[in-house]
Write a protein that binds this ligand. Structure first.
Ligand code: ATP
Length: 229
């Protein structure tokens, strides 16, 4: 059974339709890449899953529940851990306070997050505002993990970061895949890194699921046609 499934999901911004019958599904322990050029609907899909955008029609189910009408905090409590685009930590709180504010019981706690990102343990008494962009991104991932989610949603987790920092983050995500049975939905434009971590991909084109397949099937022709790379 799928942990997450979207069936024929339609979403509008006012009168303007952004998602046109999006379908996708994701099983426990699976890593699914949600890809597509700019403006194709990736962030809108993530927002719809997390209850931040109303779904006009269609259904989103998570862990056996329909998410229809559920508020973001209820969806988070069911086990959706979002790492939003643009990080968004509490700037005036310390690293530790940011992490504790998100905490729910489970294997992820201050120690295990500190093992995943040792720099966060080192900087635990520092205010989030004083962290580098990469450290803030690690904190955003740490915060989502502290909720002990069943599904981690990563929206452009490495965008705008230096190559070395990107590598640290991708290595951590690969580690999550190998060591836990967390499901991961990852939005990213970097095909190279996505290839090394995702099991399957869904490519959106103008708000529609235009291509669905296993990662090895995403060949040069598909990449050129839908991603322009
Ligand atoms: P990017 O890679 O640039 O982040 P994306 O694939 O995540 O793009 P979305 O941000 O989901 O795409 O945008 C999908 C469509 O919805 C686009 O046509 C965009 O212009 C539109 N859109 C996004 N946010 C809003 C908004 N707040 N109000 C109106 N239209 C929006």
């Amino acid at each position: 059974m799928s942990l997450l499934s979207l069936s024929d999901v339609n979403v509008f911004y006012g009168k303007s339709q952004a998602l046109f019958g999006v379908d996708l599904d994701l099983g426990q322990g699976e890593v699914l890449a949600l890809m597509g050029r700019n403006g194709m609907g990736k962030t809108t899909t993530i927002r719809a899953i997390c209850g931040m955008m109303p779904v006009q029609s269609g259904e989103i189910r998570f862990d056996g529940f329909s998410l229809a009408g559920k508020a973001s905090h209820e969806i988070a409590r069911l086990g959706c851990g979002l790492v939003p685009e643009g990080r968004r930590c509490f700037a005036s709180l310390t690293v530790e306070e940011n992490l504790i504010a998100a905490a729910r019981k489970g294997e992820w706690d201050l120690n295990t997050v500190g093992e995943l990102f040792p720099i966060l343990a080192e900087r635990r008494t520092q205010r989030a505002a004083t962290l580098s962009g990469g450290e803030q991104q690690m904190l955003a991932i740490g915060r989502a993990l502290m909720t002990n989610p069943k599904l981690l949603l990563l929206d452009e987790a490495t965008e705008g970061l230096a190559p070395l920092v990107r590598e640290v983050i991708w290595t951590a995500i690969a580690g999550l895949k190998n060591k836990t049975d967390l499901a991961i939905l990852v939005v990213d434009k970097s095909l190279k890194e996505i290839r090394s971590i995702a099991d399957r991909a869904v490519i959106l084109e103008r708000g529609r699921s235009a291509w669905v397949g296993k990662m090895p099937e995403l060949d040069q022709d598909v990449a050129m046609r839908y991603l322009g790379v």
